[in-house]
Write a protein that binds this ligand. Structure first.
Ligand SMILES: O=P(O)(O)OC[C@H]1O[C@H](O[C@H]2O[C@H](CO)[C@@H](O)[C@H](O)[C@H]2O)[C@H](O)[C@@H](O)[C@@H]1O
Length: 267
């Protein structure tokens, strides 16, 4: 049955939803929720390179609507920097947790809140960046507090990248850094912050405070947020796979977009 559906042309509307049933009824009214959304692989389809993602028609209106209907308690929770997120959704800006918890902003036009994310050491960054020379197609993304080595265009280089990073880490055993494996990306960042620490921080401030968070994410880094949802009386949903502790899962970002549009209609 699933195979048949997979071959049908599909559109972003509620009539063509395809995912494990995630009944809207289990959620409180939007006025009592904080909607927290991962970006790549959750709201947006994955693209060959970070710069090639695009915002499909209707998504901006859905997000803007959710932001309004939750009294501003709708935030993007991403591994991308907030600056990068703003470019993707320009000219609209949303509250957000960026850089895997390195940055946090309570309103779209608000100041960054102080965080615990120091910049990555310059020499270390230089050594990590040199790994990109291992193969054509490895892309560098410098977020200041972290460095990402993308190998979606050079999948054969994955093993060599992780080995090179491990070698550098072995030479610097006391460096307060950690490796975050993502989707065709190896990211090296300071230890001490995660998406979960960012969300916990966000949820301590108005308009998020006191609401029940609804978080949707697809990647390993989103699991830190799945894990804290019970303590926050929240709901977690995964995309593309079942994850431990989630209330349901979506197959693809288009299913998430359609579900969010239905949620907005329900109120
Ligand atoms: O936490 P997210 O919002 O899911 O961000 C995770 C990473 O997303 C971006 O990389 C990923 O998406 C790219 C575009 O689809 C894709 O080319 C790449 O292979 C993926 O890893 C972004 O560039 C990273 O900074 C984020 O950490």
């Amino acid at each position: 049955m699933k195979q048949d559906l997979a071959h049908q042309p599909r559109q972003d509307n509620a009539a063509t939803l395809r995912f494990d049933p995630v009944p809207l009824e289990i959620l409180p009214p939007l006025a009592d929720c904080a909607i927290l959304l991962d970006i790549d692989g959750t709201l947006l389809d994955l693209a060959p390179t970070p710069r090639e993602v695009w915002v499909p028609p209707g998504l901006e209106a859905t997000l803007t609507g959710l932001h309004a209907r939750t009294g501003g308690a709708m935030a993007l929770v991403s591994g991308r920097s907030l600056n990068d997120i703003d470019l993707i959704f320009a000219p609209v800006r949303f509250p957000g947790v960026g850089g895997h918890g390195a940055e946090m902003r309570l309103t779209g036009d608000g100041e960054l809140m102080p965080t615990q994310a120091p910049p990555l050491d310059k020499d270390l960054k230089g050594r990590l960046a040199a790994i990109a020379k291992l193969s054509p197609g490895i892309l560098l993304e410098d977020k200041g507090y972290s460095l990402a080595l993308h190998y979606r265009l050079a999948p054969h280089a994955e093993k060599a990248i992780y080995e090179a990073v491990a070698l550098i880490r072995a030479e610097l055993p006391s460096a307060p850094i950690e490796v975050l494996p993502g989707k065709s990306v190896c990211e090296i960042k300071h230890a001490g912050f995660t998406k979960a620490t960012g969300v916990l921080d966000l949820m301590q401030h108005a308009p998020f405070q006191g609401r029940r968070p609804v978080f949707i994410g697809d990647d390993v880094t989103d699991e830190t947020v799945f894990a804290i949802m019970p303590d926050l009386q929240g709901f977690a949903f995964s995309v593309g796979r079942h994850s431990r502790g989630v209330a349901g899962h979506f197959e693809q970002p288009r299913d998430v977009r359609a579900w969010l549009a239905s949620l907005l209609q329900r109120g």
